[in-house]
Write a protein that binds this ligand. Structure first.
Ligand SMILES: [Zn+2]
Length: 178
């Protein structure tokens, strides 16, 4: 999970590319262990480019879009956030959220100490972790709320070797897409 921003001060100074976004190297530095979070979302030797290419192929094979997966998870988290007991059920899917103080910063944020990322539809659920259980199959997954934005707007599920990976195949199956 990408934790509240308390990482290395060097990460504050990043070069922005022509689109005003962090360079690939700066982005990956933020994602490594002890970057934005202690565990990191990319382990050494993983690259965002390779990871996202592999996930893109998987989604093509499943005939699913990032938006479809992100929207299904978004709806579950939003329902649980709206509940006074922080849980909700939509069909066979049960979602619980844990609400934290502070919020997770998207690693693509151009100026993470000043403002949250505004790419695409922007960050949602940045203050929660979620757990979703499929009551029909017994499958269960958990992850950070920020993943909705990472999937929808950055096409990123966190690195395959990261302990915080939200595996797209497992997630799509959990959510009942196939
Ligand atoms: Zn972002």
């Amino acid at each position: 999970m990408l934790n509240r921003l308390n990482g290395d001060k060097r990460l504050k100074e990043v070069k922005l590319d022509n689109h005003g976004l962090p360079s690939e190297a700066a982005l990956e530095a933020r994602m490594r262990p002890r970057g934005f979070s202690r565990a990191g979302v990319l382990v050494p030797n993983e690259t965002v480019r390779e990871d996202t290419a592999a996930d893109a192929e998987l989604l093509r094979n499943l005939k699913l879009t990032y938006a479809e997966i992100a929207s299904a998870l978004d709806a579950l988290i939003a329902a649980a956030e709206a509940s006074p007991v922080h849980q909700a059920r939509l069909g066979p899917l049960q979602c619980e959220v844990r609400v934290h103080q502070g919020f997770q910063i998207c690693p693509w944020a151009p100026d993470p100490h000043q403002a949250q990322c505004s790419a695409g539809q922007g960050v949602r659920h940045g203050s929660v972790d979620w757990r979703v259980t499929n009551l029909t199959t017994g499958e269960e997954m958990k992850g950070p709320g920020l993943i909705v934005h990472l999937i929808r707007d950055h096409h990123f599920f966190e690195g395959p070797l990261s302990p915080n990976r939200v595996d797209p195949f497992q997630l799509a199956h959990l959510l009942g897409f196939f």
